[in-house]
Design a protein around this ligand. Sequence first.
Ligand code: NAD
Length: 536
Amino acid sequence: MTDTLSSKNLAFKFAQLDKRGRRALDSLAPRPQDLCSTNPQSEPVMESKTSALTDSVIAELPTIKGSDVAVVFDRAREIGKAWAATDIRERKRLVLSFVDTLLKEYEAVLDIIQWENGKNRGSAYEEVYDVAMNSRYYALHAERILRSKSVAGAVPVLTKTQINFVPKGVVGIISPWNYPLTLAASDAIAAIMAGNSIVLKPDSQTPFSALAIKALMERAGLPRNLFQVVIGSGRELGGPMIENANYIMFTGSSQTGRTIARQSGEKLIGFSAELGGKNAMIIRADAPVERAAAGAVKACFSSSGQLCISMERIYIHKDIWDRFVPAFLKRVKEMKLEASMDWKADIGPLINDAQVEKVAEHINDAVAKGAKVLAGGHLVPEVSNRAFLPTVLTDVTPDMKVFGEETFGPLVSLYKVDSDEQALSLVNATNYGLNSAIWSDDLKIAQSMAIRVEAGTVNINDGYAAAWGSIHAPSGGFKDSGLSHRHGVEGLVKYTDVQTVATQRLMHIGAPKWLGEKAWAKVLHTYLRAQRRFDL
Ligand code: NAD
């Protein structure tokens, strides 16, 4: 088996890229040796990748077949054994060096993210920031979190009990296109710090950010192929990945999440899912209007609304409606929609035509049933065929698609409410439960409302970045929005098997022959009573 392709087979088509584009891709991704192939004898199936920003072909990349996935995992398992035995302080050194390398190369990384995804540069930078913060957190804290811990044993003094955290082995990661850098790197780094090797399947539309991460990791000194990237269709590669992985980390739609959950359940391997949402924001009557309006714009339209935690519903108290809505609309209408790689654009084109159709379908369906468009509502073809204006609807009713379905685009609906109670019950009236926000001057009331919101993260006086950026705290969905968590202790420990080692001193646990079962039961019973009495 050879693990590389010959460069002859890699018909990169950089021709349509400008100088800057060539530099970014040449310096970071893809190198022939970064691409997984298991059968260099046969011609690989090449797939053409088109830029969501410029519509030009970025390159052709070889895809992998489902039948080749096992070989990639075998290689990962071999590499993973040495990695699991590597001292955690050395893992920390290498991951911190990865952060330094990323920060040095960040402009080229931003070019790659923008190219393949189309998002504006400011939103792309959030990805770099996230990967750096995540990696640093796990590099600095993994040793403490994963250190073997002593706990009270079965018999005081006589039982010494220790908890160990054993790496799972090979973690398979399946990621979507919307945050191609963050979702390729941040979960992987946690798993790597826990001593695992990685096989990542990025979405076929955005393989370059994942390949850039691989290049940066290896440049920083992490072992070659500790992080491997397989490119191909999710339907074809998903099954074989689950068949071969020791743990699956999935980010994507709730529908695909269910399929992967079934397959992982059958295989009895751990599975973590970060899924869709229909996220909602509450504007209380006492909300700081200007701050809330600015925060809402960011929360609705970052990454062109193609952010899993972005807001698609805003519930506004009737007493503040006339002040909040104009302030919000003014800001939405001022947003710069551009397909450019400078820092001036507030919002960029959508990733593909299907996303455009989905947004248009939700708007058209709503308008046909009586909704009103307060801002945006259409494409701007002079910018790009996928440049959709940030759009605001009102008078939305339950019979409209946009009411309950995730749009995953630059579209938000405004609802007037009479009370906090009504707002809370409408926020919770969905099968999703990913992210939410409450704006209020009264933090006590907002915090007491937050605990009643059925969502994994609740931001008070922010839209999403406050909770998402709190890396020490777990982040995950309630209800159909997910299983398990990323970030914090939970986001690391899930990549380990937790083992208990109990060492018994002097005598084993059980009735001594000279005492007999009945007397032994009496001793235990007395102990239980004492526990109750003295609150032991
Ligand atoms: P998707 O489920 O269609 O695809 C996600 C990934 O799964 C891709 O890599 C795809 O190739 C792969 N895939 C598709 N079918 C598969 C199968 N049968 N087996 C294995 N893999 C398969 O999701 P999408 O539409 O591309 O992404 C957008 C969705 O992701 C939205 O619903 C969004 O809310 C969600 N999302 C959630 C989070 C989060 O953290 N909760 C983050 C980003 C995106």
